[in-house]
Design a protein around this ligand. Structure first.
Ligand code: SF4
Ligand code: SF4
Length: 333
């Protein structure tokens, strides 16, 4: 496999630029060490000489999906990889991506932002890491090449567009994928391979349309990073809608300084579909978590160009309206 690898993004410098990250939980660091020491060396392996044959691409897809579920995936879908699904400067010789999702505990995410929710996030990354490693081992054992794309490894693939194409859900206003059953509380990993397989397609379950009238995540976002309107300049989602453009220059510093924040995930009404239905009929049931919001960080764009990701800046012309002293703890539900 030919893979070109430009320099890995320098997270340490980035964190330094925003004043350091605040997750110092022993649990988080232990899981990060386990991923590095136990999982990374298992990303590669020998490919068996004899190939398993399948009677059809449909049979191959069903077989691989069943294996992914056996290894612990909660969601699985398959799509063809396009150049736009790869990080800039990366490439792959494999044709297909198997996208897998691992659910996160709503109960644990109810405590965001906290060490408890940050550890849950890392635990899901570790569990999903096992899924993609075991699936890749299996694919090699039946005679096909493949590559592990770990949820937090040095990935070639952009997991989100891959998962959208593979039908795992729709893009939500908060910039995370929403699955009709799991809501947004799941994380993603992938395995790439060239086993000829039937592919899946993006779904339209009415979620993106629902986001146009629901603004729960926007209301709860303590950094004001989630926009009011779709942005015609932000590109299209897989249904052809203009995207909602998250202001990552506001989100990332808050995220890093407040235990990986993630308030937009448990507050998303797609964790509370009954609530959403009741909202439509005017009857409200409070099922939201109590999100503790600390004083938001100011937007920060001051990291040198070669050490940062591109930051979309939305509503910055409204900066005067952005009140850095905002402190909300409750909402009128
Ligand atoms: S992670 Fe926090 S700051 Fe970022 S968009 Fe979600 S709620 Fe807002
Ligand atoms: S909270 Fe509402 S607007 Fe935000 S992503 Fe979820 S469904 Fe969409």
């Amino acid at each position: 496999m030919k893979v070109t690898k430009p320099a890995v993004f320098n997270w340490d410098l980035w964190y330094e630029g925003i004043g350091g990250r605040t997750v110092e939980s022993l649990g988080v660091n232990q899981i990060l060490d386990k991923i590095k020491e136990e999982q990374t060396p298992r990303f590669t392996g020998k490919v068996a000489k004899i190939k398993k044959t399948f009677s059809s691409q449909q049979e191959a897809a069903l077989h691989i999906k069943q294996k992914a579920k056996e290894f612990g995936a909660d969601l699985v879908g398959i799509c063809e990889i396009q150049p736009s699904d790869l990080y800039k400067g990366r490439s792959t010789d494999e044709k297909y991506a198997i996208s897998v999702g691992g659910r996160m505990s709503y109960e644990k995410f109810n405590t965001v932002p906290s060490d408890y929710s940050a550890v849950e996030c890392l635990e899901v990354y570790y569990r999903l890491g096992e899924v993609v490693i075991q699936l890749a081992d299996y694919i090699r054992s039946i005679g096909y090449t493949c590559e592990v794309e770990h949820p937090i490894g040095d990935s070639n693939l952009l997991h989100i567009p891959i998962a959208l194409k593979a039908g795992l859900g729709e893009m939500g206003r908060h910039g995370s994928i929403i699955n009709p059953e799991l809501g947004p509380l799941f994380r993603l990993g992938s395995v790439t391979t060239s086993i000829p397989m039937q592919i899946d397609y993006p779904i339209d379950a009415g979620i993106a349309a629902f986001c146009d009238s629901c603004k729960a995540c926007r209301i709860y976002c303590p950094a004001d990073a989630i926009p009011d309107e779709r942005d015609a300049k932000a590109g299209k989602d897989h249904l052809g809608n203009d995207l909602y453009k998250i202001d990552t220059g506001k989100c990332f510093p808050y995220f890093a300084r407040n235990k990986y924040c993630s308030a937009c995930l448990p507050t998303c009404v797609y964790n509370h579909k009954e609530w959403a239905v009741d909202f439509d009929t005017g009857e409200r049931i409070k099922k939201f978590p109590d999100v503790i919001m600390t004083e938001p960080s100011l937007p920060f764009d001051g990291v040198e160009d070669n050490h940062k990701h591109y930051y979309p800046k939305v509503n910055r012309e409204e900066e005067k309206k952005y009140n850095p002293k905002k402190k909300s703890t409750t909402l009128p539900l």
